[in-house]
Write a protein that binds this ligand. Sequence first.
Ligand SMILES: *Cc1c(COP(=O)(O)O)cnc(C)c1O
Length: 371
Amino acid sequence: MLMLLPGPVQTRPEVRAVMAEDIAPWDDEFRAEYAAMRPRIVKVAGGVEGEHVSLPLPGCGHMVVEAAIRTFVPAGGRLLVVQNGGYADRLARLATEAGRIVVPLHHPDNEPCPPAKLEAALAANPEVTHVAVVVSETGTGIVNDPAVLGPVIRAAGRRLICDAVSGFAALPFRIADHPECDVVVFTSNKCLEGLPGFGFAVAPIARLEQCAGNAGSWVMDLHDVYRHALRDGWGSFRFTPAVQALRAFRVAMDLYDAEGGQPARLARYSRNRDVLYDGLQALGFRPYVARENQGPIIVVVHQPDHPNWDFARFLRGMKARGVIVSNHFTTKAPTMRVGCIGAVDADDLRFALAQMDATLQEMGIRHRAAA
Ligand SMILES: *Cc1c(COP(=O)(O)O)cnc(C)c1O
């Protein structure tokens, strides 16, 4: 099966193979393996060993996003959320339900938030201490670039919380270049092409040390993850982890390095995006995002306005032909999301487009001229 989702993504067989083994997470050998992974994770985030620290948290991406908010924004604190998409809406809900006060900065979901708009919002809200940015908005495929928004946050003396989940390790980001950044979060199963099961935060130690007692949760307290490592060692866990997923992630990081790291991955996903963006239009699909705002992680198109269109039937037809695309959308208008990420290349996407063509024909939907 070819999986074209914005997570979990298609993985390589070498990554999946290591999941087949029983592993004792508290065993000395695995402890050493885990301890050795932690500085590598700091490095992928562009952190500096001794200044930044990696804080793995078993679970899904939303968990580590919530943990980051709880740990760095004190209860009752004010967090401005750059809200231009479905994942930003989710972040705002996580923060609100965790008792943080969300100041929304709404912007249309088909383009990045302009820096001047953020600057004005921060000037108007002096009590806001933190800004949360979803870098690659997985609902639409746009990118809010920390290289553009970060300097505004820094100049205003506020702190950045970076939900980098969907584009991390493909889009360039070095936390060491962003002194305004309190924390960047990502997971094992998106552009790093591991299996689902772990979230990761990378944070400056100096900031983390000021955050004891903020979380209001033991499980989701990243400061406690740090304190535990200092006390029991960098290879130790607080609770039973998704240990197979962690070892698979180590193999995924080996493959990431072997491919050439971030620039190579960005290049491959960008090619995938170009093939998809053009190919979907050739099939008559209308893109949700204009080409100049289209990021390399996910392409979103409008569902066809055709009497024979039936999304569930289209998905069944695709699956029968060996391709899974997302059955979920977050936009107001009905859309379809196709991932560019994972262990897939341009040929895989050409194959997927051919299957879409066949499925549309089977449904009696004739090609329309490209938009
Ligand atoms: C995938 C994703 C998450 C986390 O999703 P989970 O299903 O909880 O792993 C968070 N933010 C963004 C932007 C994402 O793309």
